[in-house]
Each structure stands twice: as C-alpha cells, then as structure tokens.
Design a protein around this ligand. Structure first.
Ligand SMILES: [Fe+2]
Length: 300
C-alpha cells in the first residue's frame, strides 16, 4: 500500500463556533467556501491550502479525532489498496454520501484501536486559493500531507499493527518517556511523521494535531495570537529532538491540543535509520512530559 499523505481530519468539538473562531483567528485557517447547506451550527469546514477543505468540525459531547483520511494518488492505486484492505477484514466501503461529504471520489474505512475512524481515499477536490484570515502566508502541505496527529492508544501493539502492518506506514523513530510509556512516530512520505502513537496506560484519546508553517516568525506570530486570545500554552516554544520541529502547543477550545511548528525534518528513505531517542527535546517544550500527556487528556 502506498499512502501519499494525510488528506483531512474530522474533529469532534464541544462548541463548533468557538473552535471555528480559534481555527481561523488563532491558527489562521480559512473558512471553506462550500454551498451554504453543507454547514450548520453542528458542522464547519476549514481550508489550509487549495483543497476544498482540510479540517471538518463536528459538534459532539466527547472531543477528539473523529476521522482521519489518508490518500492514494489514483483510481488504480485506490483499487489495489481497497481490495487489500477490504480482504483484510474490518474495512468498509464508504457510501456515496460519505464520499461527497469528504469531497473525494471514493474511500474505505476502518476504526483503529484507539477508536479513530481511519479512511483511505483518492480524488480530493481543489477549489482554489488559500487566504488566511490571520495573515499566515501558507501551511506546509502538498507532498507532505496536511500535518500530523497524535493519539493515545490503550493497545500499542494493535495500533502499530494497524498503521504499520495494515496501512504500510513506516516507523521513523520512537521515544521512551517512562516505564511502559513511549511515543512511536510513523510516516508515509518525507514528513518525519504523519501519525504518532502514544501508550500511557489504558487510555484512548486524541492528544494533539499539528500543522506546519514556513518559519520561526510564523510560529512566533501564532504564539502571539494564542497568547493575546487567552488560549493556554500547554508546551512552551521548543525543538523536538527527532523531527527537529520548532514548535509550541496550545489547548484548543475542545481540550485536545494543537501544535504549530516549522523546520520539520524530511526523511531520506535511502539513508534513514530508525532511532531510539531517550528524550523528546533539545530545548524548551516545558509542559510536555509523559505525565502531562495523560493529564492533558483528562482535562478534555
Ligand atoms: Fe506533534
């Protein structure tokens, strides 16, 4: 299976309007340009580039990642992937309505061991330019996909089997963060990771989603907008050891966190070595510890 990247995310949020304001005014995403009947008080869409939308917001009592879409590049590639996934058991063909909602040509889906609906799709819809309401020149997407997400899984082996074994994502490296606790970083393109799996006990939850911007000034500008708007900064500015991302984390209105960073390391498949890191950061990121992962989820 040759997944090209993270295509879209669907987020369960407790207040769609509040998250939409946070997404546009603080993160700098653009409201999607869609027929009016496709949005409501319970549903909103945000653009990050020339795709019709990249992040959907769904009203829900329990916040977290509702679904994540990964894409293949062609109908033939999708046919091969779908055949193998449907034969592996637990996978279902998307309905016409689901494909229309996701603005893709076709999809198959299954639920991962942490409860996230994972979709494999092809044929995304592009509807033109991106203009950030917060002045972000661009988000780093394209061949690297949308960004990444990090989930807490109660069964790390099952989650690794799902993402690496079934979907073919590749382990970039891992960090041991405590007794029986680790973070496993998986990629499907040159971005160091599109998914990270964290085991901190019997918890299934979303820790954060991350978007990349061009440079430190854009990270700083996002930090400034978050601070001025009063959103808690859950991890201070810092640089991760493994993906070299310079970033900060903030608590979104739904509870789960959003990381904004730059300088993400690109993987050269020919020379990459899977490393074990004994710590997460070169400097900074105060507030981001093994214990804080669980505490953050309890705060949701
Ligand atoms: Fe991250």
């Amino acid at each position: 299976m040759d997944l090209l990247g993270l295509s879209y995310l669907g987020l369960d949020v407790t207040d769609v309007g509040a998250w939409r304001r946070f997404g546009t005014e603080v993160i700098g995403l653009m409201p999607a340009v869609l027929p009016p009947e496709t949005e409501s008080a319970d549903l909103a869409y945000l653009k990050a580039d020339d795709r019709q939308w990249r992040i959907a917001l769904h009203a829900a009592d329990t916040p977290g990642l509702r679904y994540a879409g990964f894409e293949v590049g062609s109908e033939a590639g999708f046919a091969t992937a779908a055949e193998s996934l449907l034969a592996s058991g637990g996978w279902t063909r998307g309905t016409d309505a689901e494909c229309a909602h996701r603005a893709v040509r076709d999809l198959v889906w299954a639920v991962d061991p942490s409860g996230v609906r994972v979709e494999v799709c092809w044929g995304p819809t592009r509807d033109g330019g991106f203009v950030s309401p917060a002045g972000v020149p661009r988000f780093v997407t394209g061949e690297l996909g949308l960004g990444h997400f990090v989930v807490l899984t109660p069964d790390l082996d099952a989650s690794l089997d799902f993402y690496a074994g079934t979907l073919g994502l590749r382990l970039s490296d891992y960090v041991i963060i405590g007794e029986g606790m680790s973070v496993q970083f998986l990629r499907c393109n040159a971005r160091h990771h599109s998914v990270a799996l964290t085991a901190v006990g019997p918890i299934a939850a979303t820790h954060h989603i991350a978007l990349e911007v061009d440079d430190i000034d854009q990270v700083g500008a996002a930090l400034e907008r978050a601070t001025r708007a009063g959103h808690p900064i859950t991890a201070t500015l810092g640089r991760h050891k493994n993906d070299r991302m310079l970033s900060f984390y903030m608590r979104s209105p739904a509870g789960f966190e959003v990381e904004i960073g730059c300088d993400g390391r690109l993987v050269d498949e020919r020379t990459w070595v899977v490393n074990h890191f004994t710590g997460g950061d070169d400097w900074g990121h105060h507030g981001l510890t093994g214990d804080s992962l669980a505490e953050s989820v309890e705060a949701q």
